[in-house]
Design a protein around this ligand. Structure first.
Ligand code: B16
Ligand code: MG
Length: 219
């Protein structure tokens, strides 16, 4: 059996999820003089830039023209990219380099399933550009998370059936996407928020043997 591990990026491989949230908060403060509540910000985790902006505007009861929407999305991306300026290998979350090596040793193919258009830039800054055999391009994928499309594309990129893949995610939308794809969902964060097949509170706590045993038992 050909098996693969599919990875989300922001919040799983790199500690960049927090930069997205900060950029959204500053954007809305600057333009609308409003604070985005934590709960609303948390809902954007894993969603595409456009879906995130739609969720924030509708959560705050704000309406903008199409042109302004596009300008806001661009400005958020500029803010986000500024915060990536100093990103380097130190930005890889604890335990992830070891996990990638362990997976490779166990003959897993590795593929990236991130919603971020900035993923190739981030991988380069982290020194991980050559670590994945396939990178699903969210520009070419139909629907964003929570739809399964990006995970299905990542699995296909390494010629694996979705049911022969385990996938790592830190967002509820991403876990829903993995389950909809038919893969085994490993959550990073609080299980009460994620409802994953198995969950670890942070990347440092990930236990691959536990994952693989649990995956086999539940197949
Ligand atoms: P960009 P992931 C997602 O990355 C982030 O979780 C989400 O907050 C962000 O809106 C989305 O990427 C799009 O990112 O604006 O860089 O294209 O978690 O799927 O790796
Ligand atoms: Mg994420």
């Amino acid at each position: 059996m050909t098996k693969a591990a599919l990875f989300d990026l922001d919040g799983v491989i790199a500690d960049t999820a927090v930069y997205h949230l900060k950029a959204w908060r500053k954007l809305i403060q600057d333009h609308f003089n409003q604070d985005v509540p934590d709960g609303l910000l948390a809902q954007t985790k894993g969603l595409s830039r456009v879906d995130s902006l739609n969720a924030i505007l509708s959560g705050l009861d704000l309406t903008v023209s199409e042109e302004e929407f596009a300008r806001l999305a661009d400005e958020k991306n500029d803010l986000y990219r500024q915060s990536l300026a100093d990103l380097n290998e130190q930005g890889i979350l604890p335990g992830i380099s070891e996990l990638l090596a362990e997976l490779r040793k166990k003959d897993f193919h590795l593929a990236l399933a991130s919603a971020s258009h900035n993923a190739p830039l981030i991988l380069e800054k982290l020194g991980l550009s050559d670590s994945f055999e396939a990178i699903a391009d969210p520009r070419k994928v139909g629907r964003g998370k929570p739809a399964p499309d990006i995970f299905l594309t990542a699995a296909k990129g390494v010629n694996c059936k979705p049911e022969d893949c385990i996938a790592f995610e830190d967002s509820a939308a991403g876990i829903t996407a993995i389950k909809a794809a038919g893969s085994y969902a490993v959550g990073i964060g609080k299980q009460a928020e994620l409802n994953a097949d198995i969950c670890f509170i942070d990347t440092a706590s990930i236990d691959l043997d536990e994952i693989l045993n649990n995956w086999q038992e539940n197949k």
